[in-house]
Design a binder for this molecule. Structure first.
Ligand SMILES: NC(=O)c1ccc[n+]([C@@H]2O[C@H](COP(=O)([O-])OP(=O)(O)OC[C@H]3O[C@@H](n4cnc5c(N)ncnc54)[C@H](OP(=O)(O)O)[C@@H]3O)[C@@H](O)[C@H]2O)c1
Length: 331
């Protein structure tokens, strides 16, 4: 079987394809034939050595495929079932456990034709989705889902701000519309703003043409401010300026660049809740999949690259010209 390995961190060329033997599942484990993967912003951090995985390890956390064989005692799936990976194999439900292994990359990366994982690290894929669509769900979709509901569920009629057209933000837009919310979306180009409207955004703001984008966002709410922000722009100063008193801000990206701009007085005085999102548990993932199945929601895929062209998929993500998810198909 073929699999990719991060042999030389620091460059996309350092992700190298190798031939190897198909692994055998041990007790409680499943052998999965991976049919598709998706890329997340974090996967570039892994390639460049900013997010650490062992040298030689298989990259990527997001995969979809079929169960090919089961080890002794594995009982959650039958062979032939379509599955996707859970981002945190040790986090089944409830609050994030204190001794959580970092993510599925710490156990087994997914950029491989076959992987062996513990059966607890898998969930059934929605029937209406292709493998390519299902592979987009483990990280970006779950983070977007929890950004909208983990602190206080989004109510119909509330206004949500989503930032940019990346994987997380497009899922946040789609889920916010499912919840009956109004969505204001920002992006960097007129073409992308048009796409945001076609995906259901009620109002759009160009954050390049309008560097003080918090002003038009606030105006769009008649100066009340938005109820909830899915914050991926790492611009907490402006984000704080466009929310209403009592708003929630779900923070998904590192804030170090703008942390000094945060005014605690403003947060306290305006009763603003800021909460961090770290993807989510398997129970969260299954709850999200029920909603996706019920509403027959389809993820937005920008481009699909063949398994043999994985490096091109990484480069496409790096160019940031994509809208939604970048996918690798095993054919
Ligand atoms: N905490 C978690 O659980 C979690 C999970 C997944 C991702 N994340 C984080 O969330 C962020 C987005 O992830 P992703 O996978 O969606 O990334 P992605 O697909 O690579 O999307 C990045 C997009 O963000 C937009 N963007 C960049 N700078 C911006 C700015 N200053 N203001 C507004 N939008 C901006 C751009 O969209 P436009 O070109 O349209 O402007 C860009 O294409 C990353 O920082 C990632 O590490 C966190």
């Amino acid at each position: 079987m073929k699999s990719y390995h991060l042999d030389h961190p620091g460059s996309i060329n350092g992700v190298v394809m190798r031939e190897g033997d198909v692994p055998t599942p041990g007790p409680g484990e499943a052998l999965v034939r991976i049919r598709a993967n998706s890329l997340n912003a974090r996967d570039l951090g892994v390639v460049y050595g900013i997010r650490k995985i062992p040298v030689g390890a298989v990259p990527l956390t997001d995969g979809a495929g079929t169960v090919e064989a089961l080890g002794t005692g594995a009982h959650r799936f039958r062979t032939g079932e379509r599955v996707i990976t859970a981002f945190h194999p040790d986090w089944i439900g409830g609050p994030r456990p204190p001794l959580l292994r970092q993510d599925l990359n710490s156990v087994a990366g997914m950029l491989s034709e076959y992987v062996v994982v513990h059966e607890d690290a898998l969930v059934r894929a929605p029937e209406h989705l292709t493998f390519e669509e299902a592979a987009t769900l483990p990280c970006a979709a779950l983070a977007a889902w929890n950004a909208l509901i983990s602190y206080a569920p989004l109510a119909p009629g509330e206004t949500v701000l989503v930032q940019g057209t990346g994987g997380v933000s497009i899922f946040a837009l789609q889920f916010a519309k499912l919840f009956g919310a109004r969505v204001i979306a920002t992006s960097s180009t007129a073409a992308k703003l048009g796409h945001l409207r076609s995906f259901g955004a009620d109002d759009v703001v160009d954050y390049v043409a309008e560097p003080n984008w918090e002003i038009p966002v606030r105006k769009l709410t008649d100066d009340r401010g938005v109820d909830l922000v899915v914050e991926v722009a790492c611009d907490m100063m402006r984000t704080l300026k466009c929310v209403r008193n009592g708003a929630r801000i779900s923070v998904l990206s590192r804030l170090s660049a703008t942390a000094p701009d945060i005014s605690l007085v403003s947060i306290i005085g305006r009763h603003i809740t800021i909460h961090g999102i770290g993807t989510g548990s398997r129970n969260d993932l299954e709850a999200m999949l029920r909603a996706i199945s019920l509403h027959q929601l389809h993820p937005v895929i920008d481009r699909v690259f063949p398994f043999e062209s994985a490096a091109e998929a990484y480069r496409h993500l790096e160019r940031r010209a994509h809208i939604g998810k970048v996918v690798i198909s095993h054919g």
